[in-house]
Design a binder for this molecule. Structure first.
Ligand SMILES: [Zn+2]
Length: 293
């Protein structure tokens, strides 16, 4: 089955086409131009898919809360204006006459890891991505656990600190206000106002900056606090971490050490592992929607 897959994010849309065996034969990335809104994103997708008339199926991974049964966007925040309510499945199926499946990007990334990457050997695991916020997905018996309305796994909004920092969700003290990459960089900027990304930060840490290492150390403790609670709830064999900052072995090692400090001894076999595909995991997940279901 030749599959067209896309991963729609706030900044870019990654796309690929597979051969009959599901191997990627073409990859492309274009800017989302998200400010132009949902209809423009769909138009962009349609223009590109039109160049591949012989595909058999379309798999979409996308930012936002997704009703995966009906393939539409339940809710997308202001990063993707006029995207809420977009009926991606209906629109693409009527235009291209092939089956279309749609999944939330974090869930898709978890499926990508499950079928092609770090999660291959595990029936159960938790998946977290660290970036602007913290995304989460729950895999049980090799399937996503979706919850009653399909939006389970909002780990970023676990309440860690009652009366803590205000969160974009309208509540206070959410995990992602302390454990996201944004939270880490917020602290880093207090020392180095010009340090705006993780790559720059790790260059300075590897160059021997002790204050920045301490900030990273403190931050990984916040990350580990959230993961420890999740381990106590789900008792998974492993937790897979994605997002740019987690591509650094140093981050995984620090988080892993701190998780061990925060969990009960009876859970200590749990492994903290790095995502294999990084920011391409969602694309692999979008392919898997047709290959493994
Ligand atoms: Zn929140």
């Amino acid at each position: 089955m030749k599959i067209f897959a896309a991963d729609i994010g706030g900044t870019s849309i990654k796309m690929c086409v597979t051969d009959e065996n599901g191997n990627i034969v073409f990859f492309n990335e274009v800017e989302t131009e998200s400010k132009k809104g949902g209809p423009s994103i769909i138009q962009k997708l349609e223009d590109i898919i039109s160049k591949y008339p012989d595909i058999d199926a379309i798999g979409i991974s996308t930012a936002g809360q997704v009703n995966s049964e009906e393939g539409y966007i339940i809710y997308a925040n202001d990063n993707l204006p006029n995207y809420t309510g977009t009926r991606i499945k209906d629109l693409l199926e009527s235009k291209f006459n092939v089956p279309v499946k749609v999944e939330n990007d974090v869930n898709a990334a978890a499926l990508g890891e499950k079928f092609y990457g770090t999660g291959k050997e595990y029936r159960d695991f938790l998946f977290l991505t660290f970036g602007t916020g913290i995304g989460g997905a729950i895999v049980i018996d090799s399937k996503l656990h979706r919850g009653v309305t399909g939006i389970a796994g909002e780990f970023g909004h676990m309440n860690l600190y009652p009366n803590g920092i205000h969160c974009g969700c309208g509540k206070r003290g959410c995990y992602e206000q302390y454990g996201s990459t944004t939270a880490l960089l917020r602290e880093v900027k207090k020392i180095y106002p010009n340090c705006t990304n993780g790559r720059h930060l790790f260059e300075m840490i590897q160059g021997g900056d002790k204050r920045l290492f301490e900030l990273l150390d403190t931050w990984t403790n916040e990350v580990a606090l959230g993961i420890a609670s999740l381990i106590h709830i789900f008792n998974p064999p492993c937790v897979i971490l994605g997002g740019g900052v987690m591509e650094q072995d140093m981050s995984i090692k620090l988080v892993s050490e701190k998780v061990q400090q925060h969990i009960m001894d009876s859970y200590s076999d749990v492994k903290i592992l790095k995502s294999q595909f990084g920011n391409k995991a969602g694309l692999y997940g979008a392919i898997s929607l047709h290959k493994f279901s």
